[in-house]
Design a protein around this ligand. Sequence first.
Ligand code: NAD
Length: 309
Amino acid sequence: MNGLVPESASSDPRRSIRERVFVVGAGIMGSGIAAEAALHGYAVTLEDVTEELAQAGLGRARHALDGAVEHQAISSADREEALRNIDVAIGLRRADSAQIVIEAAPEKLTLKRDLFRELDGAVNPTAILATNTSSLPVTSIAAVLKDPGRAVGLHFFNPVLRMQLVELIPGLTTRPEVVARGRSFAERLGKTVVLSRDTPGFVTTRALAVLLNEAAWMLYEGTATKEDLDAAYKLGFNHPMGPLELADLVGLDTALSILDILWEGFKDPKYRACPLLRSMVEAGHLGRKSGEGFYTYPGRARPDGGPAP
Ligand code: NAD
């Protein structure tokens, strides 16, 4: 047994694995991770601080699965089975039955450290604790645990059902067996894993932050309009989305926090956040999730943070 999959598991992991995954935070990422794990046969508990937020997360997971049916990536029966595999919880009490816990709470170090401290007492000692942080030091989050060796970074991408990559980030003290279990879990979800050292922003977030920030600076300085900037990246580099469209998808608050974390970690001026980004966040223009960012999204923002209607 590798810790996640029983030896008796049949060759179809979607139908045989019944280990429980406990997802902390039912936002954009938590709901996507829950949907993906449920689709691959895991029993999933999706947790948030209130019933309303947990149910909203379940709604997002349902919406993501509906989208996968529409795109013929999965069948209606797969969707129904996945939905049967997810339940919701408020608070961490029910984390004790999980073999893998994935924290997908907001990108704030103190919050994640508080959550890990609380999880330490709530989860089974054999469970692994993963954080979906996109930029914070895994070592620092893990340090609050009695056994920091069981924490690992598992960085999924948005939208989870459609994105192939997972970054696997061992902290300084993560045990190799925990790294292997993190890898095995991600691979069972059909993901391709890349290993990154625990440096600020790892590989992808560091690269992305500079890309988004540079586009924001060019807009701020009047180098080009937002439409032309996005068109230049899409047509010039074959990027599927322009950087400003992508910033709206990621969330401008998230993009700004990441830049601040990179600045804090490296003290390198290339991570100095564009003032336009900061003032947009202060004005509550957070991108798709608030209905307004570099672009406006008329009507309500879609619950999965996906393209506005
Ligand atoms: P989000 O704001 O959409 O969701 C966070 C959820 O956590 C919210 O529902 C919130 O109510 C909940 N929460 C807050 N405090 C909590 C607590 N104490 N206990 C349980 N739940 C709590 O954020 P997100 O975009 O899903 O990001 C979550 C994590 O994933 C962050 O670390 C972020 O950096 C990372 N991430 C985000 C993206 C992205 O594109 N949005 C991509 C990869 C990784």
